[in-house]
Design a protein around this ligand. Structure first.
Ligand code: OAD
Length: 321
């Protein structure tokens, strides 16, 4: 995509903000670091730098569904440190909410699992949580879904949360002495076929998609509904992008993400090339060509944009000056 020469300065960004009516904001972990929540890939401070002690060949394996099926203790050894526990949101969250309140926000695609968009007042119908969230959790065996918070005490205590429904089944089902593998085979042969679990189902009894859970973990390990590597993104992601946003968007703002993880990294090239694109982050990216790069602390950048636009970014953490 050739750079559009029309836009390149901070004031161009301000003009675009003021005149645009359908802004897509794509966010990543960088918008929450000012609250003390680490991002993933910043050297030294990012979560992946801090996982060397786990001895993984790649720290991303913590969020890999195949690894989780084999040994959920790896994820759960980290999960207690990344549970959403903040009630505050950053000035950048407030900025996105301000765009919404001005009627300019088309969609906020967030890769974050801290759920702070909701705390900032971003409405569910303006938000796509591309990588899911801790809001719900599901059993990897039977799909039983529960509110995520109900597992937090066990996760904080360092325990592996188990599915209550599977445990009940084990106690009450007459053939419960069967191995889980045998019981599943009967279901998969069609005698008790149930719909497969789909994103959005709250409490489906669906047949598990996870065939590879080894016997020692097969009795219903619960997994927060964050999207692991190897899992599909929520349906809403591609549906909203293709059916709702692609023909409406008039400005794209990408904030605090390294754009290293597909398919979210493909959102910007997917949107029409004539739509201006602004990148706000500490670290430049070379694999996507933005019209305007505003490099620096995103809270500072958005505060300055608002100041120049004459907008009141009402937030306790707005930096001085
Ligand atoms: P990354 O850690 O890859 O990128 C965060 C970016 O934000 C980096 O470029 C930082 O330089 C920048 N940054 C950090 N703090 C900032 C600040 N205060 N102001 C401005 N920029 C700042 O995080 P993501 O791109 O969000 O997926 O990572 C994408 C996905 O990779 C995550 O959703 C997660 C991870 O694996 C899953 O877990 C499935």
């Amino acid at each position: 995509r050739a750079k559009l020469p029309k836009y390149n300065s901070v004031d161009d960004a301000v003009d675009l903000l003021k005149k645009s009516k359908n802004i897509v904001v794509l966010t990543g972990a960088g918008i929450s670091t000012s609250l003390g929540i680490p991002d993933f890939r910043s050297k030294g401070t990012g979560l992946y730098s801090k996982l060397e002690h786990l001895g993984l060949s790649d720290p991303q394996e913590v969020f890999d569904i195949t690894v989780f099926r084999q040994d959920p203790t790896i994820f759960y050894s980290v999960a207690r440190d990344i549970l959403p526990s903040h009630n505050r949101f950053s000035p950048t969250h407030a900025f996105i909410a301000l765009l919404q309140n001005k009627g300019k926000l088309l969609t906020n695609y967030s890769q974050n699992i801290d759920n702070l968009e909701a705390k900032a007042g971003i409405l569910p119908d303006k938000l796509v949580q591309c990588h899911g969230s801790f809001a719900t959790a599901s059993c990897v065996k039977c799909g039983h879904r529960v509110p995520g918070e109900s597992l937090f005490p066990e996760i904080k205590a360092g325990d592996i949360p188990r599915c209550r429904k599977c445990a009940q089944g084990t106690r009450t089902t007459s053939n419960s002495s069967n191995t889980n593998g045998r019981k599943r085979k009967v279901q998969r042969d069609g005698t008790d076929k149930k719909p497969r679990r789909r994103p959005g189902d709250y409490d489906s009894n669906s047949d598990s998609e996870f065939d590879a859970v080894p016997t020692n973990w097969s009795c219903g390990v619960m997994k927060p509904d964050i999207t692991f590597f190897g899992e599909p993104l929520p349906d809403e992601f591609s549906r909203r992008l293709t059916e709702h946003d692609r023909d409406r968007v008039d400005l794209v703002i990408v904030i605090g993400t390294s754009l290293k993880v597909a398919p979210v990294s493909e959102v910007v090239p997917f949107l029409p090339a004539h739509v201006p694109q602004i990148y706000i982050s500490r670290t430049p990216v070379s694999h996507v060509n933005f019209d305007i790069d505003l490099l620096g602390d995103c809270d500072v950048v958005v505060a300055e944009l608002c100041r120049r636009a004459g907008w009141d970014l009402d937030h306790e953490m707005v930096p001085e000056g």
